[in-house]
Design a protein around this ligand. Sequence first.
Ligand code: OXD
Ligand code: MN
Length: 581
Amino acid sequence: MTTNFNELREWVADVAEHTQAARVHWCDGSEAEYESLIQQMLGSGDLLELNQETYPGCYLHRSSPTDVARVEHLTFVCTESEADAGPNNNWMAPAEAHQLMDSLFAGCMQGRTLYVIPYCMGPIASPYARCGVELTDSPYVAVNMKIMTRMGKAALERIEREKKFVRGLHSIGELDPERRYIMHFPSELSIMSFGSGYGGNALLGKKCHALRIASYQARQEGWLAEHMLIVGIENPRGETHYLACAFPSACGKTNLAMLIPPESHAGWKIWTLGDDIAWIHMDDNGQMHAINPEAGYFGVVPGTNAKTNRNAYEMINKNTIFTNVGVTADNEPWWEDKKTGTPAFDWQGRPYDPEVGPAAHPNSRFTVSAKQNPSYSELADAPDGVPISAIVFGGRRRELAPLVYQARDWAHGVLVAASVASETTAAATGKVGVVRRDPFAMQPFCGYNFADYWNHWMSFAERSDSLPEIFHVNWFRQDADGKFLWPGFGENLRVLRWIIERCEGRVGAQETAIGQLPHPSDIDVSGLDVDRDTMGELLTVRNAQWREELGAMGEYLQGYGDRVPAALRTEYQRIVEALEN
Ligand code: OXD
Ligand code: MN
């Protein structure tokens, strides 16, 4: 396969020459190609075969131990002016970044194959989808891109038609953390990533294209590219509401997207559209529609078991690429909290020793086609996406944030979302468990100045009277002994029900300084081990604590200076005053 689209052909030829790649392979996206890449990697040791009787089509990749997560400190947005990248991004001048990357890429693919991966983010026939081409020397990236995107021939045909695509250039280099950079050039619609094979750094369709570059493009074109799952909730009457939900990395987005209704909720159904990214457009009637640009899941493995997420547990027992899990003596994948089996080797292939560390890396991952999910919605392939009733934000907060509250209107919702803060997890390198501000769960992913992004969000209020309702949830409240107050997982449906009833105008709420909270009796807790006091605690707003939180938020906003939209300042001031009472 090759192309008659000159611009693409010439770019590939230039890169092949500059990197001195030994061969060029144009990926057609076929099953046969996938199989042959797998066989090749089994031969080279890049992949290990797992037990094919119990885990057919499953393989294990062990990454370099220093290459296990996104590297935010080495991720840059290269706009002409530093202010356009904003305090939320690391910035480098485009000319300097190009020079640095060109020198890293020079000759870096000697003896290696250069894979040309045309891909489409979103259903091939969707007007909302966007295409890209990733050039990489990693066959692991090629097979992951096959699972995560619509990759190959059909994408190439669309690119040839549209003559517009995001250019992504990737090399694992020497996997040297000292020679590792993830660079974005939004105005050139291009990405350069060197020195890492980890998903978020190397599968360029995901965070780099579908969030950083797409968020920049979305602002120019009047839509939104968000770090959100998309889920459909069908009630026993057969009515389905679609929600888009944003949570920081490793806060249970995949679990929520594929939630299993508890036994107490017979007749309810969950439909998964996406687990990580949503592209949201407004139709001519002012209704927001979302598509999932991805076609697969790159999910966190540890903690997945038949009880916490049966769908995910069953989804990953075939045709799955595991990265950095442990293995049992029977060669089955193993991870902490799997609740069955015993690890024999850890994620680095060493005999398992609990004294040394966990068997699976805390950020070990599965890559799997979305179609293997038992709750997969066929509408994930619908060109127009699904209509969104509510947008839900959340963070991992031991204290402070109640189980759920609703913003009074869009502008307030933008403030609520801009105020998201969460305890850090293993999805990025750095300290785990410290609270950091993560507006819209987009801190690592917004490809331009956050203040401009908040302004862009605010602008939708002028464009429609039928915008989704905005909510905030916190599944992670703990008591003084560190015990979770809310059972979470499937029981979160009880909270989502209140959210939907609010959207339908069928239930009331109590007004507080921070927004509208449920009356405790309006959340159905029948059959749960959650008593009245706990419910009271989960639904209490402590103004003194919130004044402190708003103080921290105010300081944070100051970092964005005059660029903070006036509407956001007004909302902020309104809440500060409400908390004084
Ligand atoms: C992810 C992340 O991998 O957010 O989805 O880090
Ligand atoms: Mn994510």
